[in-house]
Design a protein. Structure first.
Length: 176
């Protein structure tokens, strides 16, 4: 059975009700998924399913968990192999990481044409480009603590959900 990761938007972010990971895990099990694991408390769920259509998986998860978590969470599903391949390619390999630098990946459903010309520079961030249905972003904390990159992402790609690069590495470690 293939292994997937569901990347849920808004889990344990400031504006939504808190979601306990054991409750999220059980909601996935109740939907019929197998070998369910959560990774940190930000809406990363590893699971197995016989369903191979990721769009069907996304809709099933969104519909099934909303009554449990008490809000709609946009969901992006990728296979673990897709995540592994993406991390191996490492679109950030030329970026010098410092204590003031953060690497983020915003997952999108497709690589539709964007009016943006990459790289995109903004206050406190650089969007490097789209790689494997993911927008890669470098945040510079020395420039600002609250870059406005999320507004740009939401305007150009919806649904989407963002993860720190370290979270992807943790997901892969948990999937072993």
């Amino acid at each position: 059975m293939p292994t997937y990761v569901a990347l849920l938007r808004g889990i344990n972010s400031g504006k939504n009700p808190a979601t306990k990971m054991d409750v999220l895990k059980k909601s996935f099990e109740d939907l019929g998924f197998k070998n369910v694991k959560t990774v940190i408390a930000s809406g990363n769920v590893i699971f197995e399913s016989t369903i191979s259509d990721t769009t069907k998986l996304e809709r099933k998860i969104e519909k099934g968990i909303a009554p449990v978590i008490k809000f709609h969470s946009d969901t992006i599903v990728r296979t673990i192999e897709e995540i592994r391949s993406f991390v191996k390619k490492n679109p950030f390999k030329k970026i010098k990481v410092t204590p003031e630098t953060r690497l983020y990946v915003t997952f999108i459903n497709d690589e539709q044409k964007s009016p943006l010309k990459f790289p995109v520079q903004g206050k406190g961030y650089t969007m490097l480009g789209i790689f494997d249905r993911a927008v890669c972003i470098v945040i510079y904390l020395a420039e600002t603590k609250t870059p406005d990159v999320m507004k740009v992402l939401d305007k150009n790609w919806s649904p989407n959900t963002t993860r720190n690069w370290n979270t992807l590495e943790r997901i892969l470690k948990a999937a072993k």
